[in-house]
Ligand binder design. Structure first.
Ligand code: G3P
Length: 224
């Protein structure tokens, strides 16, 4: 069951900055911020570190899951196993790891059956329209051309957030919209919320910041 309303979801990607023990440090920073301000902070680390990081007691989601079977399958990341490692959900269809829409539909159902949350990414309005019909917990609009560029989607392309919120509303009363790509400071977050987003999906703005703690505190403080 989704108990999150306005999360800051931090995707650690495969950045070198979070390799080895640094991944523990960033998750501990996130935990300390959430203990201070009680905001919803979720971390998406590389799947291989989920078991270790989930022990820090910060909500962890996988960066990706495959629609492969539990049992004799090799090299796939599957919902049942990431749940057993402590993940509470997964990102699906990130623009850096696209999958077929039929698989997205299956995975959203499979995660829900496991009481895990789904954060489905969409590159554009067409994908927002198609994927919101699968009723994920969160639909994250992330124009690929702005990812990692430090130019916030909420300022560079505000209409895509507004339009996504509208399209999602037409298709579902439960799906919440997250906004991501280029978010770097709290004014970007404030703008996204004004446009109707309910939370943020971010990566480089946190991972490449000189102080993870301060940046997570700054960004989460303006979320509800
Ligand atoms: O998953 C989050 C993401 O793709 C946005 O990346 O670096 O622009 O915050 P970034």
């Amino acid at each position: 069951m989704n108990t999150f309303s306005n999360p800051l979801v931090i995707n650690l990607k495969n950045y070198n900055e979070i390799s080895g023990d640094n991944s523990i440090k960033i998750v501990e920073d996130a935990k300390n911020v959430s203990l201070l301000n009680h905001k919803e902070i979720i971390i998406a680390p590389p799947p291989s570190s989920i078991l270790t990081l989930s022990k820090i007691k910060v909500p962890i989601v996988s960066q990706h899951v495959d629609d492969a079977s539990l049992g004799a399958t090799t090299g796939f990341i599957i919902p049942e196993i990431v749940k057993s490692y402590g993940a509470i959900g997964s990102i699906i269809n990130h623009s850096e790891h696209k999958i077929e829409h039929s698989q997205i539909r299956n995975l959203v159902r499979r995660l829900r059956d496991l009481n895990m949350i789904s954060i489905v990414c969409a590159d554009d309005l067409n994908e927002v329209e198609a994927l919101s019909q699968f009723s994920p917990d969160f639909l994250a609009i992330e124009p690929p051309e702005l990812i990692g560029k430090g130019i916030a989607v909420s300022k560079a392309n505000p209409s895509i957030i507004k339009d996504s919120v509208q399209v999602v509303k037409e298709n579902s009363s439960t799906v919440k919209v997250l906004c991501g790509a280029g978010i770097v400071d709290k004014t970007d977050v404030e703008k996204a919320l004004e446009l109707g987003a309910e939370g943020i999906l971010i990566s480089s703005g946190v991972v490449k910041s000189p102080s993870w703690y301060n940046k997570i505190l700054e960004l989460s403080s303006v979320l509800k």
